[in-house]
Design a protein around this ligand. Structure first.
Ligand code: FAD
Length: 152
């Protein structure tokens, strides 16, 4: 099986889109991720999968904290910025949530402490314990077969 076929098959799983945000020594870093899932209710755990080559991988290993921001349908530009699909060098203003950088107007922001990290192939699975969350009404941004989709 080649990589393209595997990617195409995984792309058939429709997801939402998140931006992970963290900070080390005052440097805020964001990264778009759709490999996100809820793991446990007690304790409240979520999981993200981050490429071993991504800058975010070393950032989370150092900070041991991050936010997961579930994007709304009108935040496609945010996703593109933090996936490196738009590179205009524009400064992005982050909100602060529980002392961590967060994306304002997201449907949900989860403030997490790193609970466990597991290397899995070329990615690291970061499990975060959710310390607090913010929820807003709205429609989600979706991702399917490599393309952004609006739910409405
Ligand atoms: P970089 O590539 O250096 O940064 C990412 C982009 O964010 C850059 O353009 C940078 O300028 C910008 N940026 C970062 N911080 C700031 C800041 N403070 N102010 C302004 N701009 C900033 N990869 C995964 O590992 N796991 C996933 O689950 C995943 N899901 C994805 C889902 C979608 C829908 C898309 C489009 C991509 C996904 N990716 C995923 C790929 C990942 O988003 C990109 O490879 C990303 O570029 C990796 O980021 P990085 O941490 O290496 O940092």
């Amino acid at each position: 099986m080649d990589d393209r076929m595997f990617r195409a098959a995984m792309g058939k799983f429709a997801t939402g889109v998140t931006v992970i945000a963290s900070e080390v020594d005052g440097d805020v870093h964001g990264m778009t991720a759709n490999a996100f899932m809820s793991v446990s209710l007690d304790p409240k755990l979520v999981l993200i999968s981050v490429d071993g080559k991504a800058k975010m991988n070393e950032v989370i290993k150092k900070s041991e904290k991050f936010t997961v921001n579930i994007l709304s349908g009108d935040q496609k530009e945010m996703s593109m910025i933090f996936a490196g699909q738009i590179k205009d060098g524009k400064k992005v203003e982050f909100d602060t949530f529980e002392g961590l950088p967060a994306i304002g107007d997201s449907l949900v922001s989860l403030a997490c402490n790193l609970y466990q990290a597991h290397d899995a192939g070329d990615h690291t699975l970061f499990i975060g314990e959710v310390k607090n969350l913010n929820v807003q009404d709205g429609e989600p941004l979706a991702f399917y077969e490599g393309n952004y989709k609006q739910m409405t």
